[in-house]
Structure formats: C-alpha cells, structure tokens
Design a protein around this ligand. Sequence first.
Ligand SMILES: Cc1cc2nc3c(=O)[nH]c(=O)nc-3n(C[C@H](O)[C@H](O)[C@H](O)COP(=O)(O)O)c2cc1C
Length: 380
Amino acid sequence: MAHDICELLGIEFPVLAFSHCRDVVAAVTRAGGLGVLGAMTYTPEALEVELAWIEEQVGSLPWGVDVLIPASLGGVGELSSEDLTSFLAKVELASLFPEGHRRFLSDLLDRYEVPPLADPAIAGGGDIGRFSLPTTLADISLEHPITLIASALGPPPPTLVEDAHKKGVLVVALAGTAEHAVRQKEAGVDVIVAQGTEAGGHTGEISTMVLVPEVVEAVAPLPVLAAGGIASGRQMAAAMALGAQGVWTGSVWLTTEEAETEPVVKQKMLRASSKDTVRSKSRTGKPARQLKSAWTEAWEGPDSPGALPMPLQPLLIDEALARIDHAAAAGHQGATELANYFVGQVVGSMKAIKPARQVLLDMVSEYIDTVTEMAARLEN
Ligand SMILES: Cc1cc2nc3c(=O)[nH]c(=O)nc-3n(C[C@H](O)[C@H](O)[C@H](O)COP(=O)(O)O)c2cc1C
C-alpha cells in the first residue's frame, strides 16, 4: 500500500500488532503487517529465546519489541525503574505491603476458595523482573535485527533513544494525551502511537476519536499510529480519516488461535460485550483496561482498600494471579470467576477464534472495501 508509514517500516499493510505471544508477532509480520513483541512478561533469558525464535521465523521482514519504562514508580518513593532492583534487594518485600491490603487479598482468595500453588516457584516474582529490568530488556532487544522499539508510560530514557538510533532502529512511544505526545517527540521519538481510552492495557481517559487528530496536529510532521478500539477494516478506515498513518492494535490478537490468552479467559472474551471491560488499577497500580470479573469487582468495590501504586500492586498480587490462573485452567469455579486479563472495549466484536494471519487479511480487505465504497459515494 502506498502509505508513507509502509515505506518507513518496510511493510505491506499499515497494521502493527502488539502481542506478548511470539507466534502472533511472527504471523502478523509474515502476513504483511508488523508484529511487536511485548517484552515485559519475560525474564532476560526467556526474552532472548523468544527474540531468536522470531528472528528465525521472519528472516529479514520487519518486526519490533515493546518495553514498559515507567517514568516514575510512585509506590517506591518516585524511584526510577533503574533504581528499583537495588531498592528491592535491600527491603523485606512483605514489609512494603500494608496489613489491610494483605488481609483483603487473602480474604478474597479464601472467599473464592482458590487453592495454593502446588509449586510456589511458579509465581517466581515475575513482576519484580517486569518493573526492574526494562532497560536490560531493551538492551537485549537491540542486539536483534528489529525495525522498531516501542515504550510506554512516559518518554523513553535518552540512552534508549541514542542506542536505538545508532543501530538504525526506530523509536515508537505510546501517548494518551497530546501533551504526552509532545513530550515523546521532544525525547526524540520517531513514531507516536495515539492510544485512546478504549484500548486494552494502560490507558488514559480520552477516546481515540478525539485523541488522534489532537496528537496528529500536536506532533506534525511525525507519523502517528492510532490505537484503541481498532479491530476491523472499518475502524481502521476511521483511524486513517482522523489523520493516522496506520493502526497499532492489541486486543484483537488475544482471541487468535496463536494467542497466549488462558483458555478460560479466551472463552470469557468471546462471550463479552463492549460493556464488559473496566479501567482498573487492580493489576498494575496504574489504570489499565481489562475484562470485568470478580477480581475487578472486588478491588473496585466498597470494601476494597484500593490498589497500591506501581510497582507495589503487581508485587503484592503476583502470586495470587498465578494461583487464580492455575486453578482456573484446571476448571476451578471460584478461580474462573476471578480470572481476567487486559483487553479493550473492542472485545465486544471478538466473536470467533481465527488464525492471526486471517485477522490481519480480513481487516485489510474490509479497509479497502470501506474506503472504496466511501470514495464511490462521493462520485455519485
Ligand atoms: C493484553 C495486553 C497487554 C498490553 N501490554 C502492553 C505493554 O506491555 N506495553 C505497551 O506499550 N502496551 C501494552 N498494551 C497496549 C497495546 O500496546 C495497544 O496500545 C492497545 O492494545 C491498543 O488498543 P486495543 O486493545 O483496543 O487494540 C497491552 C494491551 C493488551 C490488550
């Protein structure tokens, strides 16, 4: 397609796919879009394995990596992510959590009769890694032939921008307001993702419809990708009409055949309507859109002590979520009620499990039909 972003990124279709699943990333890239691997759920060793695998699958085709680098971590006295590892090494983890929060969580698990993990090592403190190692994960990623590196939750650190540019890697950043987008531009970012509140994961309060043109105008001439609520060709056409050069998608890949989504949660997503998500701090300590479940209901309810700030909330709940996911996977009733995951409002239109390649090609073909139909209407 003759879009500038296709030329910049070396892709056939202006569709980028964020996913934590390497199979989705490779499938989208091989089908003519650009897959971006969310790195934050991996340890450095595991990430290396995933990146080597994708590299082998896609050859010289373009792909990318996404790391979350929170500009600050309010839960630990505004420490930066880089300082977190040494901070955590010095403290007794449990001492960071107020007694009321520990009791609320343990009562919640008891009420839904969620069994303990057979092997507590499964929880593994993954979230400590998640918030203490983003720059390590970025360094590892830059050793691979990626086309872009994306970051969210604040402007990327100057060293990341410098290192990426030295290697000819484009820097992409997510923004939920025009002000944040301008800050990203000033930090040297090459492509801005304007992500509306509809989106799954960490999200702001402004809708995609309002945000995209604001960001396009604020950061011109930087290219802008629209994100949040885009899962079909018609939504893609709307995003392009708002001035975006392409789309950045996340939720729609969660019900693909390849996706990492827990089967129980995948089924919940297939049944969900667009009303069934909530922007809640209950998983990460920052507002993140996710599927409504007994988990979000409890944390948003009148008896909740409220979520702790990032990174304390994910550290507090890491083992609990592992318990819930394991028990739900084994068919446990209470755990199934609690189980959820990040997803956007577009979940309401995700009604069938399809291969990722099919999702991409359907979206592109509907986009072409929509734009052609609209152009024809002008001629009549
Ligand atoms: C399961 C899930 C996890 C996400 N995790 C991240 C993340 O780690 N980093 C990031 O930049 N964006 C993350 N996002 C947001 C996506 O990058 C993307 O902006 C968003 O999904 C687009 O909106 P949509 O969900 O309506 O397609 C996540 C989204 C989902 C659905």
